[in-house]
Design a protein around this ligand. Structure first.
Ligand code: CMC
Length: 431
């Protein structure tokens, strides 16, 4: 680490500094500019973090040009084919794949933390029936801080571990309760004999008056989606969790902040927006008109589910989800699913279009995920909640990594001030 140097010279004063270049295990080097303010009295300016690494991390690696995604070094394709969401959650949290005994113990711990305090359930009654589930999920997760405030000492390893397990375990229950509240149906308690995704489907779709049998393909499809969404290095919601968590706040509050950041259509909210877009387009014959509007910047339309800050090639998750779409729809007998066909055609046309080629815009994880959620009967406002359930594993892993770093500092960016200079207050009568 730190062999190469970058020389920074102020051409007006000729003052120079040699900045260390740090190398990771793979990926681009970074220039350490931590001493810039001290040595030169200037900040760097990089809105949107276009060229700024906000942290060092050992969890997830993306090569956006090659379309590569690794969790703790393992390719996403291998994990998608051979692992399951809880094993991937363990991997993200602990850094290594678990032995059979460790996986068993982790799975048991997650399963035993799925219930919600009854007082927490009563909070749902305060929400209007048509409240957006992301608003309910963010609020209920923030409320967990009120329930576990005194037992969440972030300097205690065991407390941190219990917090991580509680988040991964309770978030499907929290989501299901939000759904049941919107429907006006009784809340369905978790079943510890079911695996993570089957239990989630059970809590969503069972009713007390008749048995509900989970379709294993539905649970498998959900599990795949959860693996693919589990972490994605320093994306906006994860960075939000890290930024909030860097203050030492109650970690449930930090995760709630992450849920809120995920909600936006430029981030996790895109899966909901893709289906809205496909329905508005309606038919393949309308694709050219729609794409013309997307390319006309003045129209302000975007091809939702396309483009990514890091991937300038196929998002490997989109390919895997597209394959799963074929399987799920075939199993459901929906081989002629008009929205999926429209999405495939839209992708084909966009990928041949100079606008998308020159900007390296490809389908991202959100382009096809909504098609599967819809086929599984999950209502559209819950699509982003599904993303939040999966990303909870990444959020807690990234939060753990940050809090256990002894060099942790509060995240406190600086700014380029362009407001008024010093002026005197004018009393209201004289204005
Ligand atoms: N449709 C049309 N044009 C686009 C799109 C799109 N989906 N995405 C980017 N562009 C254009 C953009 O207008 C710009 O063109 P120009 O150079 O002529 O000004 C160029 O491509 C670069 O785009 P950008 O907005 O500067 O790129 P960014 O890295 O800031 O934004 C993004 C990344 C994901 C926010 C953006 O691609 C986007 O808005 N996509 C649609 C929303 C979406 O699908 N979001 C999910 C992202 S993946 C999952 C997740 O993070 O949750």
């Amino acid at each position: 680490m730190g062999k190469a140097k970058y020389r920074l010279t102020n051409l007006a004063t000729s003052k120079s500094s040699d900045l260390d270049v740090l190398s990771g295990t793979i990926g681009p080097d970074v220039v350490d500019i931590g001493s810039l303010w001290h040595d030169h009295g200037v900040f760097t300016y990089d809105p949107g973090f276009m060229s700024t690494a906000s942290t060092e991390s050992r969890i997830t690696y993306i090569d956006g040009d090659a379309g590569v995604l690794l969790y703790r070094g393992y390719p996403i394709e291998q994990l998608a084919a051979q692992s399951n969401f809880l094993e991937v959650s363990y991997l993200l949290l602990k850094g290594e794949l678990p032995s059979a005994a460790k996986l068993d113990s982790f799975t048991r711990s997650i399963t035993r933390h799925t219930m919600l305090n009854q007082s927490l359930l009563r909070l749902y009654g305060g929400f209007h029936h048509n409240a957006h589930p992301m608003a309910m999920v963010a609020a209920i997760i923030a409320s967990l801080a009120a329930f576990y405030h005194d037992t969440t000492n972030i300097t205690d390893d065991r407390h941190r571990e219990i917090f991580s397990h509680r988040i991964i375990a309770k978030i499907p229950t929290i989501a299901a309760a939000a759904y049941k509240h919107a429907l006006g149906q009784p809340f369905v308690y978790p079943r510890n004999d079911l695996d993570y995704c089957s239990n989630m489907l059970h809590m969503f779709f069972a009713v007390p008056c008749e048995p509900y049998v989970v379709d294993p393909l539905h649970a498998k499809a959900l599990d795949l989606l959860f693996i693919l969404h589990a972490d994605h290095e320093q994306n906006a919601s994860t960075s939000t969790v890290r930024l909030a968590g860097s203050t030492g706040c109650n970690p449930y509050a930090a995760i709630s902040a992450g849920v809120s950041a995920l909600w936006g259509p430029a981030h996790g909210g895109a899966n909901e927006a893709v289906l809205d877009m496909l329905e508005k387009i309606g038919d393949v014959s309308h694709v050219p008109d729609f794409l013309a509007r997307v390319k006309d910047k003045a129209a302000g339309a975007r091809l939702m589910g396309f483009g990514h800050r890091v991937y300038k090639n196929f998002d490997p998750r989109a390919k895997l989800i597209r394959e799963m779409c074929h399987k799920v729809l075939a199993k459901l007998g929906q081989t002629e699913n008009p929205l999926f066909e429209l999405a495939l055609k839209l992708e084909e046309i966009a990928l041949k279009d100079e606008y998308f080629i020159s900007r390296k815009l490809y389908p991202n994880v959100d382009f096809y995920s909504g098609i599967i959620y819809r086929a599984l009967g999950i209502p559209r406002p819950l699509f982003t909640v599904m993303f939040a359930i999966a990303r909870s594993a990444g959020w807690v892993a990234q939060w753990q990594e940050m809090i256990s770093d002894p060099t942790l500092k509060i995240a406190r960016p600086r700014q380029l001030y362009t407001g008024p200079v010093l002026r005197d207050y004018v009393p209201v009568k004289k204005r």
